[in-house]
Design a binder for this molecule. Structure first.
Ligand SMILES: O=P(O)(O)OC[C@H]1O[C@](O)(CO)[C@@H](O)[C@@H]1O
Length: 431
């Protein structure tokens, strides 16, 4: 990926970061890079994520999905990092395989998906590192029941990706299901370039080697300076802007195919950096659509955010037909791609003109190689930012409270968190 931080400089934006500040910060980047390199070399928890381009075995993944490689549809049952990486890749790339990601427990929504999928020709990709995530297991039990009710042998259509032990590992063993292991030392939000993210890509027929080669090429750019490494330029600049008041990072891809990547980024950024009262709030946006929605706030609201544009340099195009509507005649001389590019450049300039910080992240095009580089680059940026914040990037203790409360509310044990739910302070305003 390529990064342009020009519109984040103090000479352009407020909040902004001066070149001098970036040069001082670069010393911390160099120290952080040494810790990151050491962590990778030692395969330390979390840092191991940045070794995935070398660790992941595409042949092992293809072998596991071989029984369902011809599936008409793929149903992925997982949540958070066990779904978003796979969804980012699947939703970015064209495939004849219909993909559905069950990463919520909305009964109407789950039922609607199950009712319309051709279950006899649908593969089930159930993913959970722990194997105990309530949403994933509840949805898997419902999916299994739906297959049984339809007379389809779910054991012939299911691939399991999970940890070394736990209920899902037991299920795979009991039913002799094709299974893959969630790699040790890789938190879910950093696992897109492992079996967790690549089983879906394999079933969809995507080029796993190209995804990993793009990631490996991005890994080669990791040097000790933000002025030489795009990932570190992004991680350091967003950190510096947050330190200067940009507490929100609105990620705005200018491609429908990259919309899910903003959702994936949101988990990566929030769950990695949101600790010890620190962290930057990721907001999800989409270009051009949000120029007619959130741009008003970004350009004229509080000076508390930066906008991260993610844009492919090239892609398929389509001419706009001529029109006899005089005011719109200029459109007939253009293509949709030219309109999209003009709108992106205009919006980027619009923010700079209002001295609102923004960063441009570019990839050549939306293909496996470039996507692998983007995923890896943002992961490396996040690891660097975590080093600069001084937080524990790779744990997520704050999510456990609600899990315990949920379990307590459903009679799954005695949890004081569940009691706290009952003590909610109310001030109801009824219609
Ligand atoms: O893969 P698992 O263990 O089902 O966890 C799913 C997701 O839930 C979390 O643990 C947060 O609850 C995420 O970090 C993770 O990606």
């Amino acid at each position: 990926m390529h990064v342009d931080i020009g519109n984040a400089l103090a000479s352009v934006a407020s909040p902004g970061v001066s070149r001098e500040s970036l040069e001082r910060l670069d010393d911390q980047v160099a120290d952080a890079h040494e810790r990151i390199e050491r962590g990778m070399a030692n395969a330390d928890h979390g840092y191991e994520s940045l070794n995935l381009p070398q660790r992941t075995d595409p042949d092992e993944i293809r072998a596991a999905v071989e029984p369902v490689a011809d599936a008409e549809a793929l149903l992925t049952v997982g949540i958070g990092g066990s779904s978003l990486g796979a969804a980012t890749i699947a939703n970015a790339l064209d495939s004849d395989t219909e993909t559905v990601f069950l990463d919520n427990v909305d009964p109407e929504w789950v039922t609607a998906h199950l009712d319309r999928l051709p279950l006899e020709n649908t593969a089930i990709n159930v993913v959970s590192r722990s194997g105990t995530t309530a949403e994933t297991l509840a949805n898997f039990l419902i999916v299994r029941e739906a297959f049984e009710s339809a007379g389809v042998d779910w054991t012939e259509r299911t691939i399991v990706t999970t940890g070394e032990s736990g209920p899902l590992r037991d299920l795979a063993t009991r039913h002799d299901l094709p299974s893959l292991k969630v790699p040790d030392g890789v938190p879910g939000r950093f696992s897109a370039l492992s079996a967790v993210g690549l089983v879906a890509a394999a079933v969809c027929g995507h080029d796993l080697e190209a995804l990993l080669e793009g990631a490996a090429a991005e890994a080669e750019t990791l040097t000790g300076s933000l002025f030489e490494c795009p990932a570190y330029a992004y991680g350091a600049t967003t950190y510096a802007l947050d330190q200067r008041g940009a507490g929100t990072n609105a990620v705005m891809p200018y491609a429908e195919s990259l919309e899910t990547s903003a959702e994936w980024f949101a988990q990566l950024w929030a769950e990695s950096l949101g600790k010890d009262d620190l962290g930057q709030t990721p907001a999800r946006a989409l270009g051009v659509t949000d120029q007619h929605s959130q741009l008003q706030l970004y350009r004229a609201g509080p000076r508390d955010k930066l906008v991260t544009f993610v844009t492919p340099r090239e892609g398929p195009d389509r001419p706009i037909p001529e029109t006899d509507v005089e005011d719109l005649a200029y459109l007939g001389d253009a293509t949709l791609g030219e309109l999209l590019d003009a709108e992106f450049e205009a919006t980027e300039a619009s923010l700079a003109a209002a001295r609102r910080p923004n960063v441009r992240v570019e990839i050549e095009r939306v293909d496996e190689y470039e996507l692998g580089g983007l995923l890896y680059g943002m992961e490396a940026a996040c690891v660097l930012a975590g080093e600069l914040y001084g937080v524990n990037t790779f744990e997520q203790p704050a999510v456990e409270w609600a899990k315990k409360a949920t379990r307590g509310l459903l009679g799954g044990g005695e949890f004081e968190e569940a009691e706290a739910v009952a003590e909610k302070t109310e001030l109801r305003v009824e219609r």
